[in-house]
Design a binder for this molecule. Structure first.
Ligand code: SF4
Length: 312
């Protein structure tokens, strides 16, 4: 679906900045917080990503395979189709950097802003390809990642694992590759992720099987929703074993944005519920809790702390 005038105006009111015909950025809350010395995101805590130098973007804004209940985006407009008339990666990267720097000008000259971080933010160092949509629907994804890396920046790519063939063929790997693992079985997966593909569960499993073959850092992200997907620890452990990730992020669901209309605050597991779940998964996958970030209710599981931090 083209980003028509109505959708564009609506998204811009929500803080998106549309780049070309199918990409966008939205300055992340943690980027803003970091500029005001009000905390950093858990990717900083776990991996050393400088939140204030991060560009949260999408190269396939309205192209997604799923309509997840826990998704904070407005998913009424997405379609499970590849991006038609894909734009050049260079143009997208240029556009994202320009828009980010323009928006952050608002932080200049206020006493609350950390000036050193503001200066650094004018030289972004990280692309989070996780704003919205499924990035593998953008046919020039490898070239986009290559363009980001050529400029000395890192890239985190989050996928819902619904396009295994594309994952397998990706010629340039991101700095860190994520697959979302939000269900222990087919029934809960369909209920939680509402994929537009009939063989959604099989597609996810295929992607998990491909994960060990990828030559990059691999992470499974689990978003826990109370009374929905916090069961089947044994099944989760089998799926995790299949993917053999470097790290597992176990994160409590956040009832924010448009997700509030689907899953209320009562579905947000508290810190102890998430911790108990993380401990059980760690025991079943012979991993351990390497770190946590309390305000984000997220735990990092892995074998050892050695390779946690990303050094570029
Ligand atoms: S890494 Fe993610 S959470 Fe952290 S600043 Fe970037 S978009 Fe936000």
């Amino acid at each position: 679906m083209k980003i028509n005038k109505t959708i564009r105006e609506k998204l811009e009111k929500e803080g998106y900045r549309i780049i070309g015909s199918h990409s966008a950025i939205k300055v992340c809350l943690w980027c803003k917080n970091a500029l005001r010395d009000k905390g950093v995101c858990y990717k900083n805590t776990f991996y050393g990503i400088e939140s204030w130098r991060c560009i949260q973007m999408s190269c396939s804004l309205l192209n997604c395979t799923s309509r997840c209940l826990h998704c904070w985006r407005d998913i009424r407009y997405t379609e499970a189709k590849k991006v038609n008339e894909p734009e050049e990666p260079k143009k997208i990267v240029d556009g994202c950097i320009k828009a980010q720097k323009e928006i952050l000008q608002g932080f200049k000259g206020t006493s609350k802003t950390n000036i050193q971080r503001f200066k650094e933010a004018m030289n972004p160092k990280h692309f989070a390809l996780s704003l919205a949509g499924e990035s593998f629907f953008y046919p020039l994804l490898a070239e986009l990642i290559d363009e980001i890396h050529k400029r000395g920046m890192t890239s985190f790519l989050v996928s819902n694992g619904q396009l295994p063939e594309k994952i397998k063929k990706l010629e340039v790997q991101p700095t860190q590759f994520y697959i979302s693992l939000n269900a222990p079985n087919k029934k809960i997966y369909q209920k939680m992720c509402r994929s537009l593909f009939k063989d959604a569960w099989e597609r996810l499993n295929k992607s998990l099987e491909i994960m060990p073959t990828l030559n990059t850092r691999k992470v499974l992200r689990m978003t826990l929703v109370r009374d929905l997907n916090m069961t089947g620890h044994g099944n989760y452990a089998r799926l995790i074993k299949k993917a053999a990730p470097d790290f597992i992020e176990v994160k409590g669901y956040m009832s924010v944005g448009f997700a509030r209309q689907r899953l209320g605050y009562d579905r947000m597991p508290n810190y102890n519920e998430v911790k108990d779940f993380a401990k059980k998964i760690a025991a079943l996958t012979k991993t351990k809790i390497l770190d946590e970030k309390i305000d984000s209710r997220v735990f990092l599981l892995g074998k050892n702390k050695e390779n946690m931090k990303i050094i570029i």
